[in-house]
Design a protein around this ligand. Structure first.
Ligand code: CO
Length: 177
């Protein structure tokens, strides 16, 4: 089921998400709804807080090359990385990547991140895993993990870029586009 996305500057995005303790049917439904929502909005990642559920849950699904525009083929459900209670074990290097966020639709800007991360997390059944990446997944993990701490990528912009963003965002919201 597609759920509503909480959009900036909604204060709910600033909450610090809580640890998941029950790996039950309710969590599985949340994860399934997060996938439906992410795909419906053309996203590659989503944190639970973005659909107003302050739990340490995030998903990432990097589109695969496909002839079709069908999201079900580009981002098959079984390719979804479901990350629960992630902990950053290692991070190093520096890289810049143009990021966007479903909670700040239509805005994209370069952000500096670690180029490599190693993260421990649990899957939907509570089983522990470790994932390591030095490409796009590393960026996505950092972006989504920031959501769990109530942080957005625009907080990493320079003061000048942030001011410009706020001005544009206000104008856009006033015009309702
Ligand atoms: Co985001």
């Amino acid at each position: 089921m597609v759920r509503d996305i909480v959009v900036y500057p909604d204060k709910r995005l600033k909450q610090i998400s809580k640890e998941v303790v029950n790996f039950d049917e309710k969590l599985h439904r949340l994860l399934d709804d997060m996938y439906d929502t992410m795909v419906a909005k053309n996203g590659v990642g989503l944190a639970a807080i973005q659909i107003d559920i302050p739990l340490r849950v995030l998903i990432i699904n990097i589109p695969i090359e496909s002839e079709s525009d069908d999201p079900a083929l580009q981002q098959p459900r079984e390719n979804t990385l479901e990350v629960i209670n992630p902990v950053l074990l290692e991070a190093d290097g520096k890289t810049k990547y143009q990021e966007g966020c479903l909670s700040i639709p239509g805005y994209f800007e370069d952000v500096q991140r670690y180029s490599r991360v190693k993260v421990e997390y649990q899957d939907r059944y509570g089983e522990k895993f470790i994932i390591e990446d030095d490409a796009f997944l590393a960026i996505a993990l950092q972006h989504e993990m920031d959501h769990l701490e109530g942080r957005l990528f625009i907080e990493k912009l320079s003061i000048i870029k942030r001011k410009k963003f706020e001005k544009e965002w206000k104008k856009r919201r006033r015009s309702g586009s």
